[in-house]
Design a protein around this ligand. Structure first.
Ligand code: DX5
Ligand code: ZN
Length: 221
């Protein structure tokens, strides 16, 4: 059996209390911190950058930080996030002029690398780089915002990506991002995913009665 990881997307956290929010989801059972970087150019929204990643490390976060770059170009920010303490750095092929070079930059910096696929982006971008990636991230919404609905065609793409990983024989995580909820996560897992991003489903479900605020919602996932 696969080991499943829950990756709360801090995009839906209370940014005024970000350190506390991250501490709470991790104490509630989350495995990794999903960190959405948007540049108002590649996607129509503007979020957080390397200084915030560094601040979380200084705050004492030791869990893996999964940096999802929705930016163009990617290369300079890759270096900044390596320095800021990222664990995974993933980017969209559309954001890089030289995908192979960007992947190498991530690994040379000691981070784990990954490619992100929008709903309409083909998996053929993986063809020549399976040996240079540690994660495949499939978007089940169009990137830019939290709180959107899961696009059902993603399930076939998860099966296709799982088949590619299994055929490669490599240790590559398969992550799904967008509209993941307690009521669809089992189906996404059955299709072959092992890592689940959830933003609004977790951070909009704070329960004051839970010891750390998010225990009951993360337990359901
Ligand atoms: C969307 C981001 C997601 C987003 C997911 O562009 O990449 O990580 O936070 O939010 P939910 O889980 O609310 O769809
Ligand atoms: Zn994301």
């Amino acid at each position: 059996s696969r080991d499943f990881l829950i990756a709360p997307s801090i995009l839906s956290a209370d940014f005024a209390r970000l350190g506390e929010e991250v501490d709470n989801v991790l104490a509630s059972g989350a495995d990794i911190v999903h960190f959405d970087v948007m540049d108002n150019h590649y996607v129509p929204n503007l979020t957080i950058g390397p200084m915030v990643c560094e601040a979380l490390r200084k705050h004492g976060v030791t869990a893996p930080i999964d940096v999802h770059l929705m930016v163009k170009p990617v290369d300079r920010l890759i270096g900044d996030f390596i320095d800021a303490g990222a664990t995974y750095i993933t980017f969209h092929p559309e954001g890089s002029e030289h995908i192979d070079r960007s992947l190498q930059l991530i690994r040379e910096g000691g981070c784990k690398s990954g490619l992100v696929f929008n709903p309409a982006t083909p998996l053929s971008h993986l063809d020549y780089v399976m040996d240079k990636i540690d994660m495949i991230l499939l978007m089940s919404v169009n990137p830019g915002f939290g709180g959107q609905s899961f696009i059902p065609a993603t399930l076939d793409k998860v099966r296709e990506a799982r088949a590619r990983i299994d055929a490669s024989g490599r240790d590559i995580r398969l992550e799904v991002d967008g509209g993941v909820k307690a009521d669809n996560i089992a189906e996404i897992a059955r299709a072959g995913a092992d890592t689940f991003v959830a933003g609004s489903a977790i951070f909009k479900a704070h329960q004051p009665s839970d010891p750390h605020g998010y225990d009951s919602v993360i337990r359901q996932m």
